[in-house]
Design a protein around this ligand. Structure first.
Ligand code: GDP
Ligand code: MN
Length: 422
């Protein structure tokens, strides 16, 4: 799990690493209280930095950092940032910090290396926003040193690293920061931590001006703090995502809803999981189809679990089609799982096209159920067995969805005409 800067800095603070004085805006609703809440802070810190909280880095260059004087300027910046699209995310949180008088910007990081199977300390005197460029043009200015788990970061190790990196001053203070950072890295089971810049202020203090922290999800039960769930890069879970995950957590039989992602298209997807499903989504996209959501069920989940998941998929507003896609299952009962899907569909009775491409145990029975639902409930179901390639069913669905959209538009047009004559 990747943490926001303000969450990372909470860990730093707890670890004894200096961070700028700050206040956070975590909800847009707080904005009307902005002046009331923060007047005391601005009395102490007339110059501030307003920082949009995104999980992606590079905010400085993307315009997500504003230097402001006084409360009024900061209010304008805060209002400009909140709700804005930045680095593929919608900004919902801000960190407002005292502006540091920075003399030098260092880079300090610890990453767990999969290759070396140990943490690696990374440090450079040339930190700041151009660190990537430093890495390309003058890689020798970035020092990387593997950390021996048994030894940790002792004085001898750190003296050698700091010398290599060209540090001639502030060594004791720097060593202190690295030791604290390494302790936090271990205590929180971090996969990586980065302070860029680690600022040396004009008054010679070392302060973490930024924080990037990635925690190892497998160690979640040991974390000392809890953080709201978030998916991929960029946002916290939607209500539907939470609901789908709950279906899976509450029933250990098979998998249904462990993976559920809301997307911004108009085709619901119930996939069987695995790499083939991702290839199918790629195929759908290549034919111009746009997923509204994506979820998986596999490992022979019971009917009711699949039914609940289908209800979540169908609850997404603005659906124009549904795709039930999977290869040939080994032991997932196709008839049982299809019953679950049909239970939900027969309640909702959507008019849009539904394409099913599936094979495996009980497929004949499943296809019979689909045929019955089609006849009885007038559902627009099109089903295919494993003689139709999965990606071909993507094209079939996209064509059906487009035809359905056109039909609906014509209908609307006709209605408009009709009304004039009524
Ligand atoms: P990033 O671009 O997402 O990594 O965001 P940072 O938090 O690293 O901020 C970008 C840049 O803004 C930093 O590299 C600093 O140069 C500058 N910056 C951030 N905070 C301060 C501050 O308190 N004082 C000053 N003078 N500069 C700052
Ligand atoms: Mn940074």
């Amino acid at each position: 799990m990747k943490l926001y800067e303000f969450e990372g800095k909470e860990i730093f603070k707890e670890a004894g690493i200096a961070v700028p004085a700050s206040v956070a805006v975590t909800e847009k609703e707080q904005m009307h209280l902005f002046a009331t809440l923060f007047t005391p802070f601005f009395k102490q810190h007339p110059e501030v930095v307003v920082k949009a909280q995104t999980l992606a880095g590079g905010r400085g260059k993307a315009g997500g950092i504003a230097f402001c004087q006084k409360l009024t300027e900061a209010t304008v910046a805060a209002e400009r940032f909140l709700g804005k699209q930045l680095l593929n995310e919608t900004v919902t949180k801000l960190l407002i910090e005292e502006k540091l008088a920075i003399a030098e910007e260092y880079y300090l990081g610890i990453m767990f290396s999969q290759e070396q199977r140990c943490p690696v300390l990374i440090i450079s005197k040339q930190g700041g926003m151009d660190i990537e460029e430093v890495g390309v043009k003058t890689p020798e200015l970035i020092v990387r040193e593997s950390i021996n788990y048994l030894q940790g970061v002792d004085d001898h190790f750190l003296d050698t690293v700091l010398k290599k990196a060209g540090f001639t001053q502030q060594q004791t203070a720097l060593k202190g920061v690295i030791k604290k950072l390494y302790a936090a890295f271990i205590a929180y089971d971090m996969k990586m931590v980065e302070i860029n810049p680690l600022a040396l202020t004009k008054t010679k203090q070392l302060i973490a001006a930024d924080a990037v922290v990635v925690l190892d999800d497998a160690a979640q039960y040991r974390w000392k703090k809890s953080f709201p769930d978030r998916v991929g890069v960029g946002r916290e879970l939607t209500e539907r995502e939470r609901e789908a995950h709950k279906i899976d957590e509450q029933d250990h039989r098979g998998v249904a809803g462990r993976t559920y992602i809301d997307l911004d298209g108009d085709i619901g997807i119930l996939a069987s999981g695995g790499g083939a499903s991702i290839t199918c989504v790629d195929a759908l996209l290549s034919y111009g189809g746009k997923p509204a959501n994506y979820t998986e069920y596999s490992g022979n989940p019971p009917e009711e679990k699949v039914e609940q998941l289908t209800r979540v998929v169908l609850s997404k507003p603005g659906l124009w089609g549904l795709w039930i896609i999977g290869g040939t299952a080994n032991f997932t009962r196709i008839d049982e799982t299809m019953k679950g899907i049909l239970n939900a569909l027969e309640d909702e009775l959507p008019e849009f096209p539904i394409v099913v491409r599936r094979g495996g145990p009980g497929e004949k029975e499943a296809f019979a159920l689909l045929e019955a639902a089609k006849q009885e409930h007038k559902l627009d179901i099109h089903y295919f067995d494993d003689t139709t390639p999965m990606t071909v069913s993507a094209k079939i669905l996209v064509d059906l969805v487009n035809a359905y959209k056109k039909k609906q538009e014509n209908k609307k047009g006709r209605n408009a005409v009709d009304k004039r004559f009524v």
